[in-house]
Every structure is written in C-alpha cells, then in structure tokens.
Design a protein around this ligand. Structure first.
Ligand SMILES: Nc1ncnc2c1ncn2[C@@H]1O[C@H](COP(=O)(O)OP(=O)(O)OP(=O)(O)O)[C@@H](O)[C@H]1O
Ligand SMILES: [Mg+2]
Length: 456
C-alpha cells in the first residue's frame, strides 16, 4: 500500500529530523525549511502539512508562516494544515485557524498527540477527496459567490447556478422578500460568458405603468410629447449582457404581450420607431408572487410564464433553513463588527434562542439589518436579544418538520446544539470545542457532518 504523504515545514533542523524520525513509519515524509520550498513541494501530493509559523526571514514572528498557510491553501484548498506554534502566541494560531488551517498545536509538540491529530487530518482529507470525486466538488460550500448557505436547499441552488450560468436559458427565481433573489440573479450573470457585459436590473413594480414601456424599450425623438431626444430602453442597454426583470409579477398585461415578442424573437421596437432592432440578451426574472395563481386570476399570461420559467428555482424562506440562519448571523456579525471597528465574543444564549426561534418574515435582509443595528447599539461583549430587538411571543415555532425516527431526532438535536454553541462563540472553534467538551478535530468532523462549515 502506498503511504500517505505528509509535508513538514520547519526551519529548525533538529526538530525536523526528530519529527521525521518519529513519523516515518506511518507516512511518506517531505521536509522543507521555508515558505518557497513548501510552495514548490505543494505539488507533490501531500494531503496534510505541519507548518511551523516562525519561518525565516521572520523566525521570531508569524508573518511568514501565515503567508505560507494562505499560499498553500490557495494552491490546494483541501490541504489540511496543522499549525505548530510557540506556546505564547495563541493569537497567531487563531488567525491561522480563521484563515483555513485545520488545527494547531503548541511547541514542544507532544508526538502522541500529533499522531492522533495527523490521523484525523488524513482521515478528513480522504473523506473530502472521496466526496469531491463523487460530487465533482469537495464538501459543502458555505459561500458561493457572495451567497451564504450550507442548507441542502441552498446547496441545490448553488449547483443550479453552476449549471445554468453558461447557458442562455431564462431562469425564474421565486421566493419571499429578502431571500436573495437578486443575489442569485447576479451570481448567474457573473458566472456566464456575458459577465463583462452589462447586468441591467429593472424593477417592474416600482415604475409607473405609463413609463414602463419607454423604460423597457426606449423611444425615438418626438415619439410623444416630452420625448425630446432618443432614449434607449433597458433591454437595448442590456445588449450582449443580462436583463433582470425584478417583480415580474407586477408587469401590466398589455406590456407582457410586447415583452413576449422580445422573449421569443430577441427583437424590440422603440416607441415611435419604425424599425425592428435585433438584440442578444439573456433574461432572468424574479417575483415573490405565486405566478400560477396570477395566471388563474388572469393577471399573468401563461405563455409568458412558460417562456420565463424554463428553469425555475425557489429560494425557501430563511426560517426553513435553520443552518443558514446560524451561518448568516455569524458572518454578518463578523462583517459589521469589522466595518464598525468593534469586536464581540459572539451572541448571548438568549440571543441565540431568539435568532433560532424567530420567524424572520423579512428573511436574510431582515437578519442583516437587525445584526447591523445590534452591532452599532450593543454595549456589551456579546450581542443580546435586546440588541436584536427580538422578543419571542408564545407562538414561535420550533422546527420539527420531518423528524421521524429517534436517530433523526438525535441528529437534528446534535446539529442544532453544535450550531448554537458556534453561534454563541461567533464561530470560534477552540472556545466552542471547550464548551462542548470535545477536541477541536472532533468538532471539525461534527461541523463537516452537519454542514456547519467554516465561513472563511
Ligand atoms: N444567502 C445569502 N447570503 C448573504 N446575504 C444574503 C443572502 N440572501 C440575501 N442576502 C442579503 O439580503 C439582502 C436581500 O437580498 P436580495 O435583494 O437579493 O433579496 P430579494 O429576494 O431580491 O428581495 P426582494 O424580494 O425584497 O427584492 C441583500 O443585502 C443580500 O445581500
Ligand atoms: Mg429583489
């Protein structure tokens, strides 16, 4: 059997030899003494790396080691890097973990402990590799473009975006207000060959009906009173790029007819224009209305619906994506704390309960806004439920959908338990592991299992 490959990055020759000697029976070992050599060696197939943070020319600091970590992960994001650090600089180790290191250990390294950590690291690397082969990608992406989500419904949406982006088919995106419909539309555009061409969004509900046609198709000079100059419509402006019809359910029937022609023929006419203009525009549309019901009520054309909804994706409300609530809350806290130059330890238990139990009628936008507000207003080290202005009434739901067996029940409880602990500690692995009385590698495994992936 071929041995798994371990890379040891360590500038101290005697430590290097000692580690090699201790581990050579278990692994094929590559030893290097600095960042450049480590990057050169990264192509040799190591799955796990031990990385001394104090590397020359900054042997007393951690800058070179942290840089090495980031560059290694850029080459291979699935590399499991175990940081080895002096006992005194925990802060650097933590920075390493948040940059994507797998774990850290303090010097002098206890070889037995290292063996256990290595074994797990190789195990996790192996599982990820298998996953990658199975699914064509590794593990769960917590961030896709700038869309956060580890729930299975968001993972499905990420995979749909990947599939439809390179094509020209229209995509209809539905979901309640604030669920991220526009974010998804922009992600599709950015991943398409049209990405360097315009993305034009038009909110069909916000423009008065009498101006909408001119907004969409433009007008010739003198087409009507007040048309002093030629004006290009949004469809023409989006030529070669993408047009996003937001709130498409609000489109008046008479304009739907005109739009249908554009959808079918990729042709338009400006108001007052004599000639037909050919365009090449990809169409995306969104609505928070139930279009099938609108069809039944006669306010939306069926043919239009079928044109737009060749691919239809529904973004579920945030309350049905409990993992995403946790992930988004942590990410927004980090983002806004940084923006406002504040630092927090996380959320209080009451705040975690409030976030988990609240219905989030305004979905991700509401969560974003509440956390932004809380960051500005909070006076303590942790965000409280009061900072979030959430007080739970008696009828807030507990999500017990589809919990059938005892095993399922346990899994759900475990996931929620871990998620809550992570939320309380703002995603800090060490503190969460301590609270849950598990080792860091175990916590990583559990997070992986439940898709509570890190947000970095
Ligand atoms: N999954 C997500 N990850 C990160 N941010 C998100 C996510 N979903 C939504 N947001 C944020 O929430 C806000 C609302 O998103 P967006 O405008 O895309 O929603 P929408 O569905 O178009 O809402 P509306 O129906 O009200 O127009 C934005 O600030 C967006 O960045
Ligand atoms: Mg929108």
């Amino acid at each position: 059997m071929t041995k798994q490959i371990l890379m040891i990055v360590e500038d101290d020759l005697s430590i290097r030899k000692q580690m090699k000697w201790a581990l050579a029976a278990d692994y094929e070992i590559i030893t290097v003494g600095g960042r450049k050599e480590a990057l050169d060696a990264a192509v040799k197939g190591a799955q796990v790396v031990t990385l001394d943070l104090g590397l020359p020319p900054d042997a007393d600091g951690a800058g070179e080691g942290l840089l090495c970590l980031k560059e290694l992960l850029r080459i291979d994001p699935y590399l499991k890097v175990i940081i080895i650090t002096g006992n005194t600089d925990k802060a650097n180790a933590h920075e390493g973990i948040s940059s994507g290191a797998y774990d850290y250990m303090s010097k002098p390294v206890d070889m037995d402990e290292l063996r256990i950590v290595l074994k797990r690291a190789f195990h996790v690397a192996e599982i990820e590799r298998e996953n990658k082969e199975l699914k064509g990608k590794a593990g769960i992406d917590a961030v896709f473009e700038d869309i956060l989500g580890t729930s299975s419904s968001m993972q499905d949406i990420f995979s749909l975006i990947t599939k439809v982006a390179p094509t020209d088919v229209p995509v209809l995106i539905t979901g309640e207000s604030g669920t991220g419909k526009e974010l998804v539309a922009r992600a599709i555009h950015r991943r398409s060959s049209r990405k360097d061409e315009p993305f034009i969004a038009i909110n069909c509900g916000a423009i008065p009906e009498n101006l909408l046609e001119s907004e969409l198709f433009g007008h010739e000079k003198g087409a009507f009173t007040g048309a002093h100059a030629l004006k290009l419509g949004k469809v023409e402006l989006a030529n070669k790029g993408t047009i996003f019809f937001d709130e498409v359910g609000e489109l008046p029937l008479q304009l739907q007819v005109k739009l249908l022609r554009f959808l079918q023929e990729q042709e338009i006419e400006r108001i007052g224009g004599k000639k037909t203009i050919k365009v090449d525009v990809r169409v995306l549309a969104a609505t928070n209305r139930d279009l099938e019901q609108c069809i039944a009520e006669g306010s939306f054309r069926e043919d239009m619906y079928y044109r737009l909804s060749l691919i239809h994706t529904k973004i579920p409300p945030l309350r049905e994506r409990k993992d995403d609530v946790i992930l988004c809350a942590m990410a927004f806290l980090q983002r806004f704390a940084k923006e406002h130059g504040k630092s927090f330890k996380g959320f209080t238990t009451a705040a975690v309960d409030a976030i988990g139990g609240y219905r989030w009628p305004g979905n991700v936008r509401e969560l974003e806004n509440r956390i932004k507000r809380a960051v500005i207003m909070a006076e303590g080290k942790r965000i409280t439920d009061k900072d979030l202005l959430i007080s739970l009434g008696g009828d807030e739901e507990v999500n017990t959908d589809e919990i059938v067996t005892l095993k399922d029940n346990r899994e759900v409880a475990e996931k929620e338990f871990i998620g809550r602990a992570l939320l309380r500690h703002s995603g800090n692995i060490s503190r969460t592991a301590t609270e849950l009385s598990v080792s860091r590698p175990t916590l990583y495994d559990l997070m992986k299992k439940h898709g509570l992936g890190s947000m970095e």
